[in-house]
Design a protein around this ligand. Structure first.
Ligand SMILES: C[S@@+](CC[C@H](N)C(=O)[O-])C[C@H]1O[C@@H](n2cnc3c(N)ncnc32)[C@H](O)[C@@H]1O
Length: 217
């Protein structure tokens, strides 16, 4: 379990994706976030002293659930829904800058912030789709992530059209992971399971696949 800032940084340093350049990008993101959070409420102020654990490692842990062959640039982009301050989308983009990461965010100030970070971190393959998810043009993607975006049943309904049966869904769900999964129809639930979060012993990540042709939500 990653229980503090030192453990978060040590864990990140040991990730296979980590390079000195990626660590530099994450350091820059953390510094920019602390500054911007004084101007707009991007993340809860109380989480700034725990930013490596609560936001950076919490986002980066999703990469451990994506086999390299699934997301190697050939099977489509990573789509992050409701990216907000940048989590997990910006962290994924900072650690895998050669891969396409699309971040959907509807609030104008957050869109401006995300674009500023993308430019500052020089992430040409990262892109912000600054509109409501409901307005985003349909395309299929390799990975769909969403942290603190919407209740699971609603989330699946509004984003099903981006999924193939190979798309990996990665949904950090905090303490409600098991309960939200249990509430789904058995035919939908069967493609998913709950993984323990590495950053919070009470939290779970819903991970799995959905067969968009075979389910009625
Ligand atoms: C609670 S925040 C979570 C932000 C980030 N994922 C995190 O975990 O720190 C949810 C974000 O989703 C955005 N959002 C909510 N509904 C949306 C929609 N339908 N389309 C696009 N963005 C949406 C909000 O503007 C907000 O920034």
């Amino acid at each position: 379990m990653i229980a503090n800032e030192e453990q978060a940084r040590d864990w990140l340093a040991g990730r296979p994706e980590m390079t000195p350049e990626a660590m530099e990008r994450l350091e820059k993101l953390v510094a920019m976030l602390a500054e911007e959070n004084e101007r707009q409420n991007l993340v809860a102020a109380a989480t700034i002293p725990m930013v490596w654990q609560r936001h950076i490692a919490d986002s980066a842990q999703l990469l451990a659930h994506v086999p390299r062959e699934t997301w190697n640039g050939t099977k489509g982009p990573w789509l992050d829904l409701g990216t907000g301050a940048g989590f997990p989308g910006l962290v994924i983009a900072a650690m895998r800058p050669g891969h396409e990461v699309l971040m959907v965010e509807s609030r104008a100030r957050r869109v401006e912030w995300l674009n500023r970070v993308i430019e500052e971190l020089a992430l040409p393959k990262a892109q912000v789709l600054g509109q409501r998810l409901e307005m985003v043009e349909t395309r299929t993607v390799a990975v769909i992530s969403a942290r603190a975006f919407a209740p699971l049943d609603k989330l699946l309904k509004i984003s099903l059209r981006f999924s193939t049966r190979d798309t990996i869904w990665l949904l950090p769900k905090g303490r409600s992971a098991g309960q939200e999964l249990e509430a789904l129809k058995a035919s939908v639930r069967e493609g998913f399971h709950v993984e323990q979060s590495l950053t919070d012993q009470d939290a779970g990540l819903i991970v799995g696949h959905l067969n968009p042709k075979g389910v009625k939500l």
